[in-house]
Design a protein around this ligand. Structure first.
Ligand SMILES: [Zn+2]
Length: 147
């Protein structure tokens, strides 16, 4: 396993869970440089963002399952339906809360947005010329990150 090239910066980054998206741009420089050159911190940053996205995916699935359970209960109306409905709705709200907590506390949404933009950019390049010309200029600028 690679060693951290700068223990002091490495420790600070670890304390932030390798998230520097909340820093002012002029304060980011040193940390960005370290993440670029330090293999250990870079891989840990990716791991942490992976965990964030995994948690959000799990919470989304959980929300869906509870909502489905609620629908099933409403449809079949078993005995104690009311209690079951409350349980399903409670589970749904709890999953939504978890999703929100992860979304607010971590830069996962930013990562997802970056990945989505990157995908859109790649897709745009592959489109035939005549279709690309029909895409509004404003949208093209947004996708290519120039605005
Ligand atoms: Zn490091």
């Amino acid at each position: 396993m690679a060693q951290c090239t700068d223990r002091v910066i490495g420790k600070i980054l670890a304390g932030w869970r390798y998230d520097i998206s909340g820093l002012a741009p002029e304060m980011r420089g040193d940390y960005e440089a370290h993440l670029a050159e330090c293999e250990l911190c870079h891989s840990r940053q990716r791991l942490h963002r992976g965990i964030d996205i995994g948690l959000m995916a799990l919470a989304s699935i959980s929300m869906f399952v509870f909502l489905l359970a609620y629908g099933v209960i409403r449809h079949f109306k078993p005995s104690h339906a009311f209690l079951l409905e409350i349980g399903a709705l409670g589970g749904f709200l709890l999953s939504m809360l978890l999703w929100l907590l992860v979304a607010v506390a971590t830069p996962a949404p930013l990562v997802v947005k970056d990945v989505a933009l990157f995908g859109a950019r790649r897709g745009l390049e592959k489109l035939p010329e005549e279709i690309r010309d029909r895409i509004p200029e404003e949208l093209k600028l947004k996708i290519s990150g120039q605005s």
